[in-house]
Design a protein. Structure first.
Length: 463
């Protein structure tokens, strides 16, 4: 009898241990694994088309994510867009996923669909899967591209020059512009009462390949894109080649100005100058490109730009080879015009605009960059002093500063550039009243539209 009772007590004790052990394991699983992953979507798409971006962030609460899936569902059909199981490592910033969704290739019909995101937290052994969470986002499948029609006749331009395209879009167009080869120039809507009209200043860069494709494009909310060719005739220009012979004294002066920021501050002057004229020049031009792309949607200028005072010393697009002791040491393209007047000449704004930069700018020394709207900007380099600050609104003829010999300059002069969406163009065109009339104003006239730069110009009522 006692033996049976002891056995019963053992069984009861084992049962209690199993219950307590299971409860402890369960509580440990809950505590160890923490809450389920949090699924965050940055602007989930409302439309799905040929190239729709979808960005996700999975917050793992410091425990890790073991699995992530993204599925596209329509009716009884499910397409797995992403399946990852390589996410066991903890990430303090969470797990990021960036998708490009092309529903046209999936055989789905236009209409309602859903994006479902599933995430599993870190597993605990074989028997305890990670915490599961999911989110579902409704979207409309749409792979019909917008429409676009060119409103211009033949456009004539030069290599290194500027042009303007005007087109009419369907109302579903979200972004638009012009592509020249691999470069994209954004378009703008000049008339508030008719968002169908788009305009795009664009450039055929001095370093663009011959015969580059030029097309206007429109992109809708779903990422559907349409491109139509723009009828452009490009006159091919050959640029002047110049050989600049640098003495030891010149090399020493110029290299000493930037030695402290060079990778080899104690290196030979020729080595430092070569870095200045190649790597550093490229970095500065990239910085200028970014500044010049910060632009107003509306045209801020009216009529031709004012030509800065001074005698021309160097032209746009000059191919320069620098020699030292009879040896070629480096090359560069001159991306503006150099104009020399009396020392410390007042430098005036070529057109109305907003100052985007005023201060040092590497090889250009003291520098002012003015945004004239719709991607058009002007640059004034080698200044000895500036009279404006970033954010200032300036009028044509307003003093920006004084000429000088700062940066990579020896004698007092102005380096003047014009840029279209960060691409350097021949500035001479922009101070030529005939060029402005034939290549900007006439584009609006042939499209049957008023020139927005004219005072009190209003878009006629829709027909």
């Amino acid at each position: 009898m006692g033996t049976k009772r002891s056995a019963s007590l053992v069984i009861i004790a084992l049962f209690i241990c199993i219950i307590l052990g299971g409860l402890a394991a369960f509580l440990g699983w809950k505590i160890y694994l923490g809450p389920a992953p949090e699924i965050l979507a940055d602007k989930p798409p409302q439309y799905l088309g040929e190239e729709t971006p979808f960005s996700l962030l999975i917050k793992d609460n410091g425990k890790g994510v073991s699995k992530l899936e993204v599925a596209l569902q329509q009716g009884s059909t499910e397409k797995i867009l992403l399946a990852r199981t390589d996410l066991t490592a903890k990430d303090p910033d969470g797990v990021k996923a960036d998708l490009k969704i092309n529903v046209k290739k999936m055989g789905l019909a236009q209409g309602q669909a859903y994006l479902e995101v599933r995430a599993w937290g870190k597993r605990l052994g074989t028997f305890f899967p990670g915490k599961f969470s999911s989110r579902r986002f409704a979207a409309t499948v749409d792979f019909t591209p917008p429409k676009i029609q060119i409103r211009n006749a033949i456009i004539h331009m030069r290599r290194g020059g500027s042009a303007l395209a005007i087109y009419e879009m369907s109302e579903d167009a979200k972004t638009h512009g012009v592509t020249v080869g691999a470069r994209t120039f954004p378009g703008y809507r000049p008339y508030k009462d008719d968002q169908r009209i788009g305009v795009c200043p664009f450039a055929y860069s001095q370093d663009e390949v011959k015969g580059a494709e030029i097309a206007a494009f429109a992109l809708d909310q779903a990422g559907n894109k349409i491109k139509v060719p723009v009828n452009v005739r490009v006159r091919w220009k050959k640029y002047r080649r110049a050989e600049l012979k640098l003495s030891d004294r010149t090399i020493n002066i110029l290299s000493s100005r930037f030695a402290a920021i060079s990778p080899t501050p104690n290196g030979a002057p020729v080595e430092i100058f070569t870095w200045i004229n190649t790597t550093f020049r490229k970095e500065i031009n990239q910085k200028i490109k970014s500044l010049a792309q910060k632009t107003e949607d509306q045209m801020l200028w009216k009529g031709p730009f004012d030509r800065p005072r001074g005698q021309p010393m160097a032209g746009f697009g000059d191919r320069r080879t620098y020699f030292h002791n009879g040896q070629s040491i480096t090359r560069a393209v001159h991306l503006g015009v150099d104009l020399a007047d009396v020392a410390q000449s007042p430098i005036l704004a070529a057109a109305d605009g907003i100052v985007r930069h005023a201060g040092p700018m590497g090889i250009y020394g003291g520098c002012v960059i003015v945004d004239h709207g719709q991607g058009v900007a002007s640059l004034y380099g080698h200044l000895s002093s500036t009279n404006v600050s970033a954010g200032d609104q300036v009028e044509k003829g307003q003093k920006l500063g004084l000429s000088g010999a700062t940066g990579l300059a020896l004698g007092d002069h102005l380096h003047y550039s014009v840029l279209i969406n960060g691409v350097y163009v021949n500035p001479v065109e922009w101070w030529d009243s005939h060029w402005i009339k034939d290549n900007i104003i006439q584009r609006y006239e042939e499209a049957g539209l008023p020139f927005p730069g004219a005072k009190k110009a209003e878009k006629p009522a829709k027909s």
